[in-house]
Design a binder for this molecule. Structure first.
Ligand code: NAD
Length: 430
């Protein structure tokens, strides 16, 4: 059995810094700080279940495509595993393991009765027609059906998937069962008309901004007039942009997969959203200077929001970053070595497991609504989301002050302690 020192060494010597390496590094470091013994660490580190699926749907042109898909249930000590379905051409099983670990800490930290899980579909969603996307999502749902359920694993949207896709997942389940509804909550982030909850689509982005508001209060920064730079303009990025702009902040630069935009005076977010709805990406928007997407981290600002994929802030670009706050809307956007540089440079980092936990919190409300046949209004969702994000931020902030740690270490320690407590409360056997 590998010792704790061995695991920490393994995590330290990793040079690739993918999502899994970052997740393992954060766990090993936190376990060391908390004095978690190697038996417990081994129990927590390895995922409870890893499933690899082979999908072979027939697309609308009559051709069969072979697609790899992954489902990982990292942990279910505190409740059914929860985590989104990522659809991307380069997603790997290792990424899904890392992301599912992150979900274990996130659900624990934000205090919802879930564990960590995640799914991946290795396919490029960007060029797919709606009908082909639906075919692939339905193929995934059919093949994965026996691996998810209200007491087991409950998926949701993530990069490359959206509300409409969750509607198809839900329909697949009720259709197979020959009934009009599902027996409990099988998936969150569904369209409201199918039992989704109002406000889920904007929850992650709004939650990100609620943590930025809390950080600004503590750091004495006025959000009005604050300059913001954003990487990624999908679900999370665009919702965060809308929310922060509505508070009077100036979003001066935005990138997506197609390129970047810069306007010192601030970019009109509603106008850019209409442009993207018509043109598919931010590329070519005329009221800002076009920049390369890699330049996004060179722009000085008060608040930087990475809202794209993992491992974006690395040793290659970290020293170009000039900002006061980094709000990690994306999962694992910062590699551990770059994270250390940010800390040394005095950047206040709101870690992903806190910053983007608004989505899973509102997913929990959707789960409750469906389980109890309740109806929760958008105003109730909004009030509960803002309250939970503030309380969680304050808990992490106070812990970091009391223990002289970074926000990331504080968040990880609070989260891991709860998981360890859950395991001990259940008992170690069998
Ligand atoms: P999305 O697919 O809706 O959007 C992703 C955006 O990132 C797109 O605008 C895409 O063009 C852009 N992008 C991808 N690679 C890029 C690059 N190299 N440079 C610049 N832009 C790039 O995904 P999303 O749901 O908004 O998720 C974004 C991040 O937030 C992911 O890391 C995801 O895991 C995380 N997250 C999402 C949710 C949620 O509720 N959707 C919840 C928690 C965390």
């Amino acid at each position: 059995m590998p010792s704790l020192e061995h695991l920490i060494f393994k995590a330290k010597e990793m040079t690739k810094h993918g999502i899994l390496e970052t997740a393992k590094h954060n766990l090993a470091r936190t376990a060391e700080k908390l004095g978690v013994d190697s038996n417990m660490l081994n129990k927590i580190e390895a995922p409870k279940e890893k499933i690899e699926l082979r999908l072979s749907p027939v697309l609308s042109d009559g051709k069969v495509v072979n697609i790899e898909a992954y489902i990982v249930r990292h942990n279910d000590v505190l409740g059914p595993s929860k985590g989104g379905i990522r659809m991307a051409p380069d997603v790997t099983m290792d990424d899904i393991v890392g992301l599912s670990m992150e979900m274990t800490w996130k659900t624990s930290l934000i205090g919802v009765p879930f564990g960590g899980g995640k799914s991946g579909i290795k396919f490029d969603a960007t060029s797919l027609s709606d009908i082909d996307k639906e075919i692939i999502i339905r193929s995934f749902a059919r093949n994965a059906r026996r691996h998810f359920g209200p007491e087991l694993y409950v998926p949701a949207p993530d990069m490359g998937t959206n509300e409409a896709d969750m509607g198809h997942v839900r329909d697949c389940v009720s259709y197979s069962d020959g009934i009009s509804i599902t027996r409990g909550c099988f998936v969150t982030g569904k369209p409201v008309i199918l039992g989704g909850i109002p406000g889920r689509k904007s929850a992650t982005g709004k939650g990100v901004v609620y943590t930025v508001i809390a950080a600004c209060e503590r750091l004495g920064i006025d959000i009005k007039g604050m300059s913001v730079v954003l990487q990624g303009f999908g679900n999370v990025g665009s919702e965060a942009a809308k929310e922060i702009a509505s508070l009077g902040a100036k979003v001066i630069a935005i990138s997506d997969i197609s390129g970047g935009l810069f306007n010192e005076e601030g970019i009109d977010i509603e106008e850019l959203l209409s442009y993207v709805a018509q043109n598919g990406s931010i590329s070519g928007y005329s009221k800002a200077k076009q920049i390369a997407k890699e330049e996004i981290f060179n722009i000085a600002c008060d608040c930087l929001i990475p809202a794209a994929s993992g491992s974006q802030i690395t040793m290659k670009n970290v020293n170009n970053i000039k900002t006061k706050i980094i709000a990690e809307a994306a999962n694992a956007p910062t590699t551990p070595d770059a994270d250390k540089v940010l800390t040394d440079n005095g950047v206040f980092v709101i870690p992903d497991i806190l910053c983007n936990a608004g989505g899973v919190f509102v997913s929990y409300l959707e789960y409750v609504q469906e389980t109890q046949h309740e109806q929760i209004t958008e105003a109730q969702v909004s009030a509960r989301l803002s309250e939970r994000m503030k309380v969680s931020f304050d808990k992490v902030y106070e812990f970091s002050l009391a223990n002289k740690t970074s926000m990331r270490e504080a968040a990880m320690q609070i989260a891991l302690k709860r998981v360890v407590e859950g395991i001990n409360a259940r008992g170690l056997l069998p």
